[in-house]
Each structure stands twice: as structure tokens, then as C-alpha cells.
Design a protein around this ligand. Sequence first.
Ligand code: ADP
Ligand code: MG
Length: 174
Amino acid sequence: MVAWTTQWANEADTQTFARRLAECPAIVNSSLSLQGDLGAGKTTLVRHILRALGVQGRIKSPTYAVVEPHTVDVCEHLPHRAPLSVWHFDFYRFNDPREWEDAGFRELFASPGLKLVEWPDRAAGYLPPMDAHIHLQAAPMNDAFPADDADTPRQVTVTPLSPTGEQLLAALQT
Ligand code: ADP
Ligand code: MG
């Protein structure tokens, strides 16, 4: 499966990317891993995806909780516009593998819905196969991507790992 690399010049591009993902019907039953250094923009991307799907209210980061559940009350992609469950995982502080069983992560990953996973490497050996990897990296600044404090460019690589991942990639490339 062929990886695809693109650039975000600023956070508006991050939002556009998130909207394309959210518009793809395949998103409703998918697992996406988000990789990249601290500050690369993983949580920011998740927030834009959640907003684009229609999640309202405050969106907390799951860094301390490991998982933060969300619900899209009316999901246009589901029959009868049923609610969509979204789980935002952040395994940065995951250091007790027993938590995998105790916290019910196995059941969460097996149930229908969208799973967005930051720091997947820290749960290696437990995580089921993902549909796609998204890797974010702060891009070097140049004339094509002048940066100010708030908005900086990112290099983004999407690697599809399943037919669902291929559908999501196709939506991103339109
Ligand atoms: P991570 O979850 O990868 O550690 P965060 O999303 O928490 O990173 O932080 C990324 C920071 O970079 C945020 O403050 C965000 O506003 C900022 N930022 C600037 N430009 C971008 C961009 N193009 N895409 C994503 N985040 C950006
Ligand atoms: Mg984060």
C-alpha cells in the first residue's frame, strides 16, 4: 500500500484535511494512528476531525485519561443518522499493560465507531491492526511556507493499511 505525502501550510490546511476525512463514509468504522513528535499537531488534527464530524462542546485531550470518548449525536454517514461513537486515545503515558484489559480497551477497539490513536507505539503488542497511519512532522520553513507563531507548516504522510484506509486516502486526495 503506497504512502502519500502532503503539506499543510497552516492550521487552515489541517482543518481542510480533517473535513475531507470526516466527509468520507468509511470514517465511521475505522482506526487511525497518529504519529509524530510532541507538538507535531496530532491532538489538533483530532480536534478538527471531531468538529468536522459534528462533536460540540469542549474537547478535552486524553493525555492523562488515556482515552476520551465522544459522540456525534447525528451522523450523516450512518443509517437513520444514528449516533457515532468516537474514541480518542493517547498512549503517551501508558505504562501498565494490564490497563489494556482492565480499562476495556480491547472491547472499545472491537466495537463499531472511530478510533483515533496518538502514540500507538506505546501500546505496541496490544493495538489491533490500524486502517491507516498518519505521520506529522514540522516542516522546515522556506519561502513557500512562511510561518508565524500560531500557524506553522507540517509535512503529513498517510499510509493506508486496509481497504478502509485506501478509501480514506482517496477522499484526502480529491
Ligand atoms: P501533539 O498532539 O502532536 O503533541 P498538539 O496538537 O497538542 O500536538 O499541538 C500542536 C500545536 O501546534 C498547537 O498549538 C497548534 O495550534 C499548533 N499548530 C500550528 N500550526 C499547525 C498546523 N498546521 N497543524 C496543526 N497544529 C498546528
Ligand atoms: Mg497530543
